[in-house]
Design a protein around this ligand. Structure first.
Ligand code: FES
Length: 570
């Protein structure tokens, strides 16, 4: 450790012999602080995504208080600040429309203020990648403290996982097997505590991957939201970030190519959300690291799926934490990870994992006894998705992984909603449901509409899965044989745009192929006749989004943000 005050960025604000420093100190003392806070203490921003509009993150102000204890104890000076927050339930049309806006808010709030380090408090799906993207671009020492998953829910004697069981039970309701009264009971016991969704959805996946990347202290991500250890971990993280400032341990030293390969491997072992593909590509892009869908597929083929948590397994996140959580999974696949990757702990990944044990082999399988020999997410390609698509094979039906069937096409989400409960819908179990105009520009904002509900006519026949294809995303809590993120999307003239009801589609997951079974000349003829719809926005943030968002295979970041990060001025 050094006490050289010239190394602290914040001293530019507080320790200059000029009028601006005088006023900056006066402004700080106006909040009731003593002059001692200016005495060579690292100023630690606590970037809080707390909001009453984001129920998953509503306990983060308590977490922030624990962080502050740690920062003070280590000789730092904590200052909490808000950014926009992204709550999956309320935000319309989709939080994904605003992920990049939050990332810009995080980056510019860090860059513009007298901060030497930052603690990132996240939870609900997009808040984690948005904070990582912003912090990566700002590139001052940063540590992440997720709020943790909520406790297990229970209904009618059985466990109930947010999203996954909700959808399953709601389909039972649509089929007339669950009453209004039962649905009301379910509503009351679904979201049992503070914290984010309690399955391996996008929030659990992305917070786990933040840990796999090395951006949290080891063992941090999966502690349940209401658990007292969450606050103890927050305090420890506050202490740690102060030392990270003195060590100049910036995100660019942690978020290296080896860290991303490790995170992809962890994602595969977890059976993580398909959304992780988009988010990891976007975070890496902020550091000038080009991740591709082929990287995910290459690693997917080498890493076994080990984590028996919904939607791909049986258990919930609380069980996962008690079984050992992410560290136990990383330990299991350590031979195929790069153990030399540096983490925010100041140690290597291998050092962090020393002494880690698994406490329940039914929840976290051994590598030689996996739930599935390959990783959860696969990348598909073919004439229907020339730039790629993704599918979560561990949440799919095995009998549909190689399937050929006739398409039934919804031109957009609205049409799908209007028709899906029509008992005369002309579909059967072999039909391939296709939905267009759900991508980054087409929807707009790339919403989680890809888990097209099962047609009611098929639910009544006890058909619970079928092949579904779109250029949308899917909630990480969803399940089924669902191909997503088709790129280029239909709204910009990708081949999905020209699929017609009755065309044959072939899905071959083992071969990683997704094909529209048409002669090449006919496909070309249809594509040449494509005409784009008018844009959804002509002003404001929506226009900025439409003008600059990249396609799914490139992470959907704005083109002007995907670059080698500019260092924060010293
Ligand atoms: Fe926030 Fe699911 S709604 S993580």
């Amino acid at each position: 450790m050094t006490s050289d005050r010239k190394k602290l960025r914040s001293q530019q604000w507080f320790a200059q012999p000029n009028y601006e420093s005088l006023m900056n100190r006066a402004a700080t003392r106006a909040e009731g602080f003593t002059p001692e806070v200016f005495e060579n203490r690292p100023v630690i921003g606590i970037c809080n995504s707390w909001s009453e509009l984001t129920h998953c993150n509503v306990h983060l102000r308590t977490v922030a208080e624990a962080v502050k204890r740690g920062v003070w104890a280590a000789g730092g000076f904590p200052l909490e600040f808000p950014t926009i927050s992204l709550g999956e339930f309320y935000m319309k049309p989709t939080t994904m429309l605003f992920r990049n806006l939050m990332a810009m808010d995080v980056e510019e709030s860090i860059r513009a203020n007298p901060l030497d380090g930052v603690v990132l408090l996240c939870g609900c799906d997009k808040t984690t990648p948005a904070q990582l993207m912003g912090a990566a671009s700002a590139d001052i020492p940063a540590i992440m403290v997720p709020g943790g998953p909520m406790l297990n829910g229970r209904w009618s004697g059985g466990p109930i996982g947010t999203g996954t069981d909700t959808r399953r039970l709601y389909e039972q309701f649509r089929a007339g097997r669950i009453t209004d009264e039962q649905l009301c009971e379910i509503e009351g016991c679904l979201l049992r505590s503070s914290g984010h969704c309690n399955v391996m959805g996008t929030a659990s996946t992305m917070t786990s991957l933040a840990e796999a990347l090395g951006m949290t202290l080891p063992g941090c991500a999966n502690i349940p939201g209401p658990d007292s250890r969450r606050l103890a971990m927050a305090e420890a993280s506050g202490r740690r970030v102060v030392d990270a400032v003195w060590e100049d341990l910036r995100p660019s030293r942690i978020l290296t190519r080896r860290a991303f390969d490790n995170a992809i491997a962890a994602d595969m072992a977890l059976g993580g959300s398909t959304n992780a593909v988009v988010h990891l590509i976007a975070i890496a892009g902020r550091l000038g690291i080009e991740l591709t869908l082929q990287d995910f597929d290459r690693i997917s083929r080498r890493v076994p799926f080990l984590v028996n948590v919904k939607p791909s397994g049986q258990y919930l996140m609380e069980d996962f934490y008690y079984a050992g959580g992410l560290p136990a999974v990383m330990k299991e696949i350590l031979p195929i990870l790069d153990g030399e990757a540096l983490t925010i702990s100041g140690r290597t990944l291998a050092e962090d994992l020393a002494g880690v044990a698994c406490h329940n082999r039914d929840v976290i399988r051994a590598a030689d006894n996996p739930l599935y020999p390959e990783g959860g997410t696969v990348a598909l390609t073919g004439n229907l998705a020339p730039d790629g698509a993704v599918l979560k094979q561990t949440a799919a039906s095995p009998h549909l992984l190689q399937h050929r069937g006739k398409a039934y096409v919804f031109e957009n989400y609205r049409q799908m909603c209007a028709e899906i409960d029509d008992d005369a819908l002309p579909v059967d179990a072999s039909t391939v449901l296709v939905m267009k105009n759900c991508g980054p520009l087409g929807a707009p904002g790339f919403p989680e509409w890809g888990h097209i509900p099962m047609p009611r006519v098929l639910l009544k026949q006890n058909v619970n899965d079928m092949v579904r294809i779109s250029d949308a995303r899917m909630s990480g809590t969803s399940f089924g044989t669902v191909a997503l993120h088709l790129a280029p999307e239909s709204a910009v003239g990708g081949p999905l745009a020209v699929v017609r009801t009755g065309d044959e589609i072939s899905l071959d997951v083992p071969a990683r192929r997704l094909e529209l079974c048409l002669p090449a000349a006919e496909l070309e003829r249809r594509l040449a006749a494509f005409e784009p719809a008018p844009p959804h926005y002509n002003r404001g943030y929506g226009k900025l989004f439409l003008d600059h968002v990249t396609q799914a295979n490139l992470g959907c970041d704005f083109d002007f943000l995907r670059a080698v990060p500019a260092a924060v001025s010293d």
